[in-house]
Design a protein around this ligand. Sequence first.
Ligand SMILES: Nc1ncnc2c1ncn2[C@@H]1O[C@H](COP(=O)(O)OP(=O)(O)OP(=O)(O)O)[C@@H](O)[C@H]1O
Ligand SMILES: [Mg+2]
Length: 413
Amino acid sequence: MDTRILEPYLDNVLEEAAFSDLPGHYRGKVRDNYDLPGGQRIIITSDRISAFDRNLTTIPLKGQVLTQIARFWFDTTADIVPNHVLAYPDPNVVIGEKLKILPVEVVVRDYMAGTTGTSIWPMYKSGKRDMYGITFPEGLQENLKLPQTIITPTTKAFDAGHDEPLSTKDIIEKGLLTQNQWQTVTDMALALFERGREIASERGLILVDTKYEFGFDHRGRIVLGDEIHTPDSSRYWFAETYQARLEAGQKPESFDKDFIRSWVIQRCDPYKDDIPEIPRDMRLKTAAVYIEAFERITGQKFALPDVKQPPKMRIHKAIKDYSSTIVPRPPPKKAGDGPMEVMLEKGKMYSFCTCGYSRKQPFCDGAHKEFAPDYKSYKFEAKEDGSAWLCCCKNTKDQPFCDGAHNTLNEKS
Ligand SMILES: Nc1ncnc2c1ncn2[C@@H]1O[C@H](COP(=O)(O)OP(=O)(O)OP(=O)(O)O)[C@@H](O)[C@H]1O
Ligand SMILES: [Mg+2]
């Protein structure tokens, strides 16, 4: 990609997305998050690049790239694992159902790789054979495929702490999860990874390893949260050069977005010193790498946003517009509760579903199909005065609006 096209974006980055009129702000390393009272979490991915537990600089369009890669993967895996996504009101924003995030980060690996303290290669190289409750055989080599796909869980360090390795035994004994919950999580993680490996391979890529975060939704169901298979949470290698480079004793080719890290290490102790200013051309090159990653992974062309529009303002407007359409979540319906009335925007199309999902919000996006296959959903237009009666009783399987007359017929609303 020609970095000259990207140059104007250098002065229009999303450094942060702090909005005083939104509730429950939490700033993560890369994302600004808000918790809305109705149980929705706004996740805004900024252009910050983080390493050595700090922010190094900003990379133009990185937030949009990451959000759009995650979106591609949420879409292509929703049929096998339910996820938190409710809406994408802006290219940098995902609205998720607010989950109770599990205290375990789930790392899945296919290769003997990595460089950080929790990676398996540095530990193996130093002679360790028992890691994460798994006994590794002798003779494994750096960057070679493991005998089988493995899960190397770590603690989820809330509030910027460090991740520590865990084994299945630790997870159960420390009471982090029950045996059944951990089984569900591992089944889901392996299914996601398998799908990721297949799709990546169709695109000439090897999905080497990745990290997932799961959480409980409002019904206590375990679903996928956070991000999925982005270049920040995953390692990808290029399949076509893998073998030749290995034989030549070289590192596998990847989306090389780590040259900023190397540049920093050569100039200072990144854990102690001030970080020198990162040159503009390095930030541009990194932006191009992220965009190439998006295009390679998804097979889609990256949509450059309007460079004249400041992203922070654009995002704020998109979130405000989105928030104004949220219908407060009604209290969970019990048998005999009857229908509920909602006010809708006249003339707009809505869909309503008789599944339990639409008790959380009256409108169902169909994402629940995998756990409520026999329910019906309806598309309808709001009535003249904007009012509508929605009901989860059996009668509404035949008519989307309930007049309440069935309450005596059908106790189990
Ligand atoms: N659906 C969700 N409900 C609640 N929390 C979520 C959801 N999805 C992601 N999160 C959390 O939102 C945060 C996203 O921000 P970001 O990734 O920048 O933070 P982080 O620096 O990784 O977080 P932390 O410092 O807490 O580890 C993470 O803490 C993640 O666990
Ligand atoms: Mg994170």
